[in-house]
Design a protein around this ligand. Sequence first.
Ligand SMILES: N[C@@H](CCC(=O)N[C@@H](CS)C(=O)NCC(=O)O)C(=O)O
Length: 220
Amino acid sequence: MSELILHGFPVSPYVRSARIALFEKGVAYHFNEIGFDYLTTDAYTKLNPFRKMPVLQQEQFVLYETPAILSYIDEAFDGASLQPAHPKARAHMHKWFGIAAHYLYPVGVMQLFLQRVMSPILGNQPDEAVVEAAVAAIALPLDVLERELVDTFLVGDRLSLADILTGAMVYYVNMTQEGATLIRSRPKTATWLSQLSQRESFQQSLAGLLQGKSMGGVEA
Ligand SMILES: N[C@@H](CCC(=O)N[C@@H](CS)C(=O)NCC(=O)O)C(=O)O
C-alpha cells in the first residue's frame, strides 16, 4: 500500500486521536510534524481549505476532519475494529464525536488547558476570568460522561473511536488543577481516563511532550 502521511502538531488532541487510532490498528505511517504557522501556507491550504489539523494523505487521497479520518483508519486497515457493530452503539459513538468537538474541545482544551497549562509555558499569565467560565462550563459534559460510562468504555464493550477522541480531549482537561478536581469527583470518568491514559497508544502519541507539565489529575 502507498505511504500514509499524517500532518499535524503532536500536542493537538485531534492529531493525537488520529495517532492513537493508527497505533491501535498497528498501521505504519509517516508523521509530518507541522507547526500552526504552516496551516496558512498555500501548500497546506491545498490539503485542507479550512486550515485545521490533522490531514491524512495517501497519494492523491487527502482527508481532513478528524471523525472522517478516524473512521477511515478503522475501516481501511486490518486489526480489531474500533467501531461498534450495533447501529445504536455506533450512533452513540458519532454523538460522542459531536460532544468532543462542540462541548469538550472549545471549553476544555481551547480555554481551560490553553490558559492553565499552555499560557505559563509560553510565558503568559492565565486569564482567570476565562478559566473560571471554562470550569463552570466543562462540568456539564463531564457530568454526561460520568452518567453514560456504564463500563470500562464509552460505547460497547471494547475500545472505540469514541473513547479515543473523547479521551484525547478529557486528557487535557485533567492536566489542569481545576479539571483534575472535577474528574476526581466523577469516579467512573477518573477510572476510564486512567485506564485509557495507560494504554501504549496514548503514551506513545504524547511521546514525552508536556511531561511534567500536569498540574494534577488522575494517574496516567
Ligand atoms: N473540525 C476539525 C477541527 C480540527 C482542529 O480544530 N484542529 C486544531 C488543532 S487542535 C487546529 O488546527 N487549529 C488551528 C486553528 O484553529 O488555527 C477536525 O475535526 O479535524
